[in-house]
Design a protein around this ligand. Structure first.
Ligand code: SAM
Length: 279
């Protein structure tokens, strides 16, 4: 089948093999070459859809030489697809440096959208979806992990962290140390047979994990508005607002309170509106 030359970033399922678009299958069938992280993993997908293409490896260990090889193929007016083991390539997966290089060299780049553990976890979490802060995997060293978690403290967003079963206990312990026993959501094995979405206090999840070995792919989510209010007497803030609500415009009060308590403006604004209604 005819295909426009260029680099195609093709999303593939995160578990259930049916979760792939018609377009993705057509593109994989049409490109000249498919690059993937692990040929054994991607072979299963290709076999399922009877896509008879040879697979080539582009993964975390691929360096400049591999990228230049792919670039020269693309410069030869070929169509190349990049897929990862699961989900959307480049989302905590290889590909960024390749895309950057292709962009510099004016190679056309196309996204073939589809599943990602990021979006799938957010939408089933029941947490606010208007602002999302994606941390990917936390770094390896203790000081860098601490740094990343510190940054979260002043956000007003739903935080998303990818984690492996091996490290989940350690990461949950760290989150509890920094932010207290907050309620979090864990999505596990989404779209697979044993998929689950757990919402609970960290301490409850930790004691459950302690009693059994946890397996599978998982994502941790929590909303930071809880962190902000956790360390603060919210009635003090509400009292301040109540004293001002009849005399000043809401916008001005929101600004003052935001400065005084270092709280997110949106949160203060909502408290002002609530106070106005109950007057
Ligand atoms: N690029 C992929 C994507 O868009 O979904 C993510 C790749 S990242 C290397 C793998 C991480 O994604 C896992 O450690 C886990 O945190 C998350 N993940 C992947 N599949 C999942 C699933 N079915 N359910 C829950 N989390 C999943």
């Amino acid at each position: 089948m005819e295909i426009t030359p260029g680099l195609y970033l093709v999303s593939t399922p995160i578990g259930n093999l049916e979760d792939i678009s018609h377009r993705a299958v057509r593109i994989l069938n049409s490109v000249d070459m498919i690059y993937c992280e692990d040929t054994r993993v991607s072979k299963k997908l290709l076999n399922h859809y009877q896509i008879k293409k040879q697979l080539f490896v582009y993964n975390d260990f691929s360096g400049e030489i591999s990228r230049n090889e792919i670039l020269s193929i693309l410069m030869d007016d070929k169509a190349v697809a990049l897929i990862s083991d699961a989900g959307t390539p480049l989302i905590s997966d290889p590909g960024y440096k390749l895309v950057k290089l292709c962009k510099q060299k004016k190679i056309p780049i196309y996204t073939i959208p589809g599943p990602s553990a990021l979006t799938s976890s957010v939408v089933v979490s029941g947490l606010p979806t208007d602002k999302i802060y994606f941390l990917g995997f936390l770094p390896g060293t203790a000081s860098k992990r601490k740094n990343e978690l510190q940054k979260i403290k002043k956000l007003d967003a739903t935080v998303v962290i990818f984690e492996s079963a091996k490290k989940i206990y350690k990461t949950l312990n760290e989150i509890q140390n920094y932010f207290g026993d907050i309620e979090i959501v864990i999505t596990r094995e989404l779209t697979k047979i044993f998929e689950e979405v757990i919402t609970n206090k960290i301490s409850n999840i930790l004691s459950e994990i302690n009693n059994k070995s946890v397996k599978g792919e998982m994502v941790i989510l929590f909303n930071t508005s809880e962190l902000i209010t956790n360390n603060l007497d919210i009635t003090e803030v509400e009292n301040d607002i109540r004293k001002l609500i009849n005399d000043l415009p809401v916008k001005q009060i929101a600004n003052m309170i935001h400065m005084k308590y270092d709280l997110p403006k949106k949160m203060v604004y909502d408290l002002c509106l609530k106070s106005k209604k109950t007057k």
